[in-house]
Design a protein around this ligand. Structure first.
Ligand code: DQA
Length: 147
């Protein structure tokens, strides 16, 4: 079994299901984790799925993924648009990174149109809700396999 894909989720995503459901949908974070784990299982892979409200903890997990992960699927939530520290960690990670957002950030406020995470990512999936995580796992499987 290859190293797990780290699926890292940023601030406020623990509130999924009740947080602005008209934007983020009715799935809880556990539902999203299940979607990612199912697709990974079908592809013979495993996800290490985590969420934190703390920027430093996410940085630490990215550093951990550098050693222990095969790739990183990152929904940095609000930190997407602000965090140079997270970008620095991702750029040092030396594993493939796919950025995911539940909502279509380009249909929303201007400040959401810029992403620091994108500068480190192979690709970006946004606007497809929980399904985006399954698509990201599938894409990551292909990238990891071709390495
Ligand atoms: C988000 C989009 C971000 O702009 C926002 O701050 C989030 C969630 C998404 O998944 O759609 O918290 O990353």
């Amino acid at each position: 079994m290859p190293k797990p894909i780290y699926v890292l989720n940023g601030p406020n995503l623990n509130l999924l299901g009740t947080r602005e459901p008209e934007i983020y949908g009715k799935h809880t974070l556990d539902d999203v984790a299940a979607v990612a784990a199912k697709r990974a299982g079908e592809l013979g892979l495993k996800c290490d799925f985590r969420q934190s409200n703390l920027e430093g903890e996410l940085v630490t997990w990215v550093q951990e993924a550098r050693e222990k992960g095969s790739g990183i699927i990152m929904n940095a939530a609000g930190l997407t648009h602000t965090s140079v520290a997270l970008l620095d960690a991702l750029q040092a990670a030396d594993v493939p990174i796919i950025e995911v957002h539940l909502s279509n950030i380009f249909r929303r406020e201007d400040f959401r149109h810029h992403s620091y995470v994108s500068k480190a990512a192979v690709g970006v999936i946004c606007g497809l809700g929980a399904q985006g995580y399954a698509l990201a796992v599938e894409a990551m499987a292909g990238i990891v396999d071709s390495k």
